[in-house]
Design a protein. Structure first.
Length: 104
């Protein structure tokens, strides 16, 4: 058993993971390994929707939950934040095609 010498250098730890070893890029900075007891039918249904494995399915679900909560908070601000923007003024420095799309 190893002695705990304090905080782990996450950069070094990432280099030693299987994902890093096989060239899988993680979009998350710090990751945590978790054990969860989930209803098998619920997990199987979720995996059939995503077409992914357990880890990716759970990541997608957590990202959607985060987005849902963010959206709720944003909607709660409706009518409380006044933005003084003039869309015509913002569009002055852009060129548009005949369909109204921005031309680069």
């Amino acid at each position: 058993m190893q002695k705990n010498d304090g905080p782990v250098n996450l950069r070094r730890r990432q280099e030693l993971t299987t994902a890093a070893k096989y060239g899988i890029n993680c979009r998350m900075g710090e990751t945590r390994k978790v054990t969860a007891f989930l209803p098998a039918d619920l997990l199987a249904t979720a995996q059939s929707y995503t077409g992914e494995g357990v880890t990716e399915t759970l990541r997608i679900a957590l990202e959607r939950l985060r987005h849902t909560e963010w959206s709720k908070r944003l909607r709660a601000l409706r009518g409380k934040v006044h933005l003084d923007l003039d869309l015509d003024e913002l569009r002055e420095d852009r060129e548009f095609d005949e369909h109204g799309n921005v031309v680069n």
